[in-house]
Design a protein around this ligand. Structure first.
Ligand code: ADP
Ligand code: MG
Length: 357
């Protein structure tokens, strides 16, 4: 096993809630802002269906109001995890929420946005911080031999099948033949990896964004339209950082950035055929994720020093197994609209986030 990483001050699981402003569709349906959030107490209040019922209150590690910036999200949620991954921890950042609630906006920002864009999301900011920290380390270490390798893989989990989005040898076909699919393996030290996944070596922040661009290119040339497919599959970017110095040996950390399938699909099981299969697959993996995160939170572990964590219930949780729990650091960001038009989806998203807390 690799040496234990330096102590980290980041809690093992944190849950954040981010709201987006009401959009024109919600406006046209006479939606109003129905959410009361309090940044100091980190609480969110939603009105109840009946006037006589008490309001529903949810508590998070931090709540981001609709006017919060991309920079704030990075600074308060992700920045410390980049440090942790550089110190040898495995870290996971997950965006969960209904389609259109801001998951991709949070994780990537607008399509093809550049580093200087204030709207750039988590991934471009991770890239910038990662390489500037490595450059500083190199300067600090002066004469000491220092090697650092950063690699990136991007995969999609669709219908419980894992597709390599950086493998350009095969297009994303309508029916993914088994030859295109990746298998999850575990090595003797308990590290989980994807057998044969393409790992691009990244030398600078632009290299990381290029990979992301290539992945969305492949995803969008698939059988389904980009939006439809992206709302029904999980996108996972895996960044691996391996550092070696003559004095401290090798340190290796992983950072998983997950933009999940839309959570609303879970309840649309009235559909048949393909849609039903998709809904069942999403349902299964999102509830497995909720159960895993719940099993990892201290409140639930009071009576058991070794709780059963059901990682094997889905491809997503199995893949994230060595990066959720144990020494790993997890940030779950639940994204919602403030609009009354989407209040029932928001309620269900907040419940998921609260259950995970
Ligand atoms: P999702 O990935 O959850 O389906 P998107 O991230 O694609 O949702 O967001 C849907 C739309 O809402 C996009 O046009 C996006 O720019 C906008 N949006 C999302 N979050 C915010 C936000 N916090 N502030 C302003 N606009 C947002
Ligand atoms: Mg999206």
């Amino acid at each position: 096993r690799a040496p234990s990483p330096a102590p980290s001050s980041t809690p093992s699981v944190q849950v954040f809630c981010r709201f987006r402003p009401q959009n024109s569709i919600e406006n046209s349906h006479a939606g109003v802002n129905c959410v009361k959030s309090n940044q100091t107490s980190c609480t969110v209040m939603l009105p109840n269906a009946q006037e006589s019922d008490p309001e529903q209150i949810f508590t998070f590690d931090r709540v981001f109001a609709p006017n919060s910036t991309q920079e704030e999200i990075f600074d308060k949620v992700v920045s410390s995890l980049v440090d942790d991954s550089l110190n040898g921890y495995n870290c996971t950042v997950i965006a969960y929420g209904q389609t259109g609630s801001g998951k991709t906006h949070t994780m990537e920002g607008p399509p093809n946005c550049d580093f200087s864009d204030p709207e750039s999301g988590v991934l471009p900011r991770v890239a910038t911080k990662l390489f500037s920290t490595v450059a500083n380390r190199r300067t600090e270490l002066k004469e000491t031999a220092f090697e650092c390798a950063v690699t990136m893989s991007v995969i999609e989990i669709y219908l419980e099948k894992i597709v390599d989005l950086l493998d350009t040898s095969s297009p994303l076909s309508k029916k993914n033949g088994d030859s295109e699919l990746l298998r999850i393996r575990e090595d003797t030290s308990g590290s989980v990896y994807l057998e044969g996944v393409v790992e691009h070596v990244i030398n600078d922040p632009s290299g990381l964004l290029k990979c992301l661009g290539d992945a969305s290119q492949k995803r969008s040339t698939g059988a389904h339209s980009m939006n439809a497919r992206s709302s029904r599959s999980h996108l996972v970017a895996i960044i691996t950082i391996t550092q070696k110095t003559s004095t401290t040996g090798t340190t290796s950390g992983k950072l998983y950035i997950c933009d999940l399938a839309g959570s609303e699909t879970v309840r649309k099981t009235g559909a048949g055929g393909k849609r039903l299969k998709e809904a069942q697959a999403i349902n299964r993996s999102l509830s497995a994720l909720g159960n895993v995160i719940k099993a990892l939170t201290p409140v639930d572990n009071n009576n058991s020093s070794n709780p059963h964590v059901p990682y094997r219930d889905s491809k997503l949780t199995r893949l994230l197994q060595d990066s959720l729990g144990g020494n790993a650091k997890t940030a779950l960001i639940v994204t919602c609209s403030v609009s009354s038009y989407n209040v029932s989806e928001t309620m269900s998203t907040l419940r998921f986030g609260n259950r995970a807390k």
